[in-house]
Write a protein that binds this ligand. Structure first.
Ligand code: SAH
Length: 255
């Protein structure tokens, strides 16, 4: 049996088995007793993950053909293969306790996957994933860098992010048009940001929606007629601001 790669599902199957091993080895299995793989496809990572002793393993896959392939080739997964759209799954029903996330993510929905994972950050201490190289760089980028953006701030608020290695298009069937990279995200020790977290997200999003402008202009609609104390932060552009400065800005707006 063979799974035809479907572009609409972001299917690029990793064929380099050494890289698959490296990705799985990057997962620290001592952090949680449970692991969720997003988009197992034809199981290049799954084949290793099902063998890790002492963990509860589940995988979420949307493609019926891949599901059939996995059930046939890795029957030991059984009920732990969840068929459906990860973006629509109820995370609280997947595992009862904390779980790590691993996967060669479908590149077309990788941002949406991260927005969902951020909403469950306290359940997810670790993420190891392959992404489009550009996106991986963006997420790991420090302030002051051109690629620093909304997800860099929202993820770096809660996770320490390491760029692990680059993967060339030729390592996949079919080869994607872009380079890929593997990153690791580990939950930092923050248990709160020290500001209204819903407003924080709004401030970050509004600021980067006009990334060339001083944040003063972008956050106007969030201030709603109040007069926040003046601060140099309002004169900065979003890409210059660290997580801590966005927190400060959020508190100024909320005053
Ligand atoms: N892990 C495999 C496949 C990576 S391609 C490998 O490394 O070879 C991305 C995989 O994500 C595909 O199997 C695709 O069917 C699956 N996928 C795409 N959108 C998805 C979604 N919304 N929910 C779950 N899986 C999805």
């Amino acid at each position: 049996m063979y799974v035809r790669a479907k572009k609409s599902l972001g299917q690029h199957f990793l064929k380099d088995l050494k890289i698959a091993e490296r990705i799985v080895e990057s997962l620290d299995t001592s952090l949680t007793g449970s692991v969720l793989e997003i988009g197992p496809g034809t199981g290049v990572l799954t084949q290793h993950l099902v063998k890790i002793e002492g963990i509860e393993f589940k995988a979420a896959e949307i493609d019926t053909e891949s599901i059939e392939y996995l059930q046939k080739n890795y029957p030991q997964i059984g009920e732990n293969l969840l068929e459906g759209d990860f973006l629509k799954m109820d995370m609280n029903k997947i595992f009862k306790s904390d779980f790590s996330v691993i996967g060669n993510f479908p590149y077309n929905i990788s941002s949406q996957i991260f927005f969902k994972l951020i909403d469950h950050k306290d359940q997810v201490p670790q993420i190891v994933c392959m992404l489009q190289k550009e996106v991986a760089e963006r997420l790991a980028s420090p302030p002051g860098n051109k690629s620093y953006g909304i997800l860099s701030v929202l993820l770096q608020a809660w996770y320490n992010i390491d760029y692990l290695f680059t993967v060339e298009p030729g390592s996949f069937i079919p080869p994607p048009k872009v380079k890929s990279a593997v990153i690791s995200l580990k939950r930092n020790s923050r248990d709160s940001l020290g500001c209204d977290e819903v407003l924080f997200k709004k401030v970050v999003k509004a600021s980067f929606n006009q990334r060339r402008k001083a944040v003063r202009n972008s956050v106007k609609q969030l201030i709603e007629g109040r007069t926040p104390p003046d601060s140099y932060l309002f004169g900065m552009r979003p890409e210059q601001l660290s997580v801590e400065e966005f927190v400060e800005l959020t508190n100024l707006i909320y005053c």
